[in-house]
Ligand binder design. Structure first.
Ligand SMILES: *Cc1c(COP(=O)(O)O)cnc(C)c1O
Length: 388
């Protein structure tokens, strides 16, 4: 079928919520994808930070198919080994006390919001339910996470939104000014992804963490995009020298299958009891078996490689004419460009490179295992498109 026909059927049968790029992806190997048109594409997007080991990853496929041969779903009324194994791995690598599993980033954040409110309710009674989030943040598309998202453009049509969110400027002073007697949590992305690949200042974040501790306000770090090796450490908070109370993640965790995790630390480790929260598919054994394979291969050695690739890409991107600024952390890279970011992404696609955008920036999230020749191909295409 031709691209035009796929586009026609997509328009006819699928709700028009996505502004798709004109390519039908059918396969690939690592960071190189194949289109139905027979063309090859270097992947600087990883399906939005999902395919950390690229596509067609043998070890992940083996873990997933082995579990498929056992039991594909059990419901959370029963125990399954992959879910327990993954929770143990996550707690061991982060110091978290407990994990709640869901199916997406939005759900991981929903759980964090519920956990923060419950923690405060248990300790202080009702009324202390407000959550401070940051201007320009992105926390998901459900009603609660959309309410938590600090972008006016997202707060249209779907009124009324959930009550109790205050949007602060992304600094210590900004957050402090929005915290009050009713505040139970501060929730933030350490590198704002959708908001434009902006890393928060480390000093500000440390001060926010200390302020939160002092006032028994929980610090929730949304690592849906920054997590799972993306920024050069397993989770980005490690680089900020802070100890969050709740860390959420999803995207890369499942290696391509839907999986979200809400990690509960220390004082809110035991916030949930039976019946407080739940999910039919959350912690699905196939998704968890895949995630165990992913997480156990995000080793120190791999993280060092990520840091090296980040430095390599940043150096070369900084030299491209038409790139005014390179932002972000690790392999989460934002480019401030002179041209329109969407037009740049389309021009890259036409030349065989997949890139993303975030607000007015070009956003790069290549697989952590991308090879040097693939990086160089991508850099050459970006150079052609941007410097032209
Ligand atoms: C993608 C993203 C989400 C939402 O994740 P979904 O899996 O799409 O629900 C939430 N927070 C951040 C920081 C994200 O990047």
């Amino acid at each position: 079928m031709s691209l035009e026909n796929w586009q026609k059927e997509d328009r006819q049968y699928i709700a028009g919520t996505y502004n798709r790029f004109p390519v039908v992806l059918v396969g690939g190997e690592g960071a190189t994808l194949y289109g139905e048109d027979g063309k090859k594409y270097v992947d600087f997007g990883s399906g939005i930070a999902v395919n950390v080991f690229g596509v067609n990853d043998a070890a992940w496929k083996e873990a997933v198919t082995a579990q498929l041969g056992c039991i594909q779903h059990a419901s959370n009324l029963y125990y399954t080994a992959p879910q327990i194994g993954l929770a143990k791995l996550l707690c061991g690598r982060t110091g978290a006390d407990k994990v709640f599993f869901s199916n997406s980033g939005a759900e991981a954040n929903e759980c964090a919001i519920k956990a923060a409110r419950k923690y405060s309710f248990d300790k202080y009674g009702g009324g202390r339910f407000r959550i401070v989030t940051l201007q320009n943040s992105f926390h998901g598309r459900t009603m609660a996470t959309l309410s938590a998202t600090g972008q006016d453009a997202m707060h249209r049509y779907f009124m009324p939104f959930l009550e109790g969110f205050d949007y602060a400027a992304p600094t210590y002073e900004g957050v402090r000014a929005k915290c009050g007697g009713q505040t139970c949590a501060v929730m933030l992305e350490l590198v704002q992804g959708e908001g434009g690949v902006r890393a928060l200042d480390k000093d500000d974040v440390k001060k926010i963490a200390a302020f939160c501790r002092e006032h028994d306000i929980l610090l929730v770090v949304d690592e849906v995009q920054t997590g799972n090796g993306r920024t050069g450490t397993l989770y980005a908070y490690e680089q900020y020298g802070i100890e969050p109370d709740i860390v959420t993640t999803a995207k890369g965790l499942g290696g391509g299958l839907p999986l979200g995790a809400t990690m509960l630390f220390g004082r809110c480790g035991s916030v949930f009891s039976a019946g407080d929260h739940g999910s039919t598919f959350g912690g699905n054994p196939v998704a968890c078996a895949g995630a165990v394979s992913i997480l156990s291969r995000i080793t120190k050695e791999l993280l060092l490689e990520v840091q090296g690739k980040s430095a390599y890409l940043r150096t070369h991107l900084g030299r491209i004419r038409g790139v005014n600024e390179v932002s972000g952390l690790g392999l989460m890279i934002g480019l401030t460009v002179e041209k329109d970011a969407r037009a740049v992404a389309e021009a890259c696609l036409a030349r065989g490179l997949l890139v993303l955008t975030a607000k007015s920036k070009v956003r790069l999230l290549p697989p952590l295992t991308i090879r040097k020749d693939e990086m160089d191909l991508g850099l050459n295409i970006l150079n052609e498109v941007l410097a032209q």
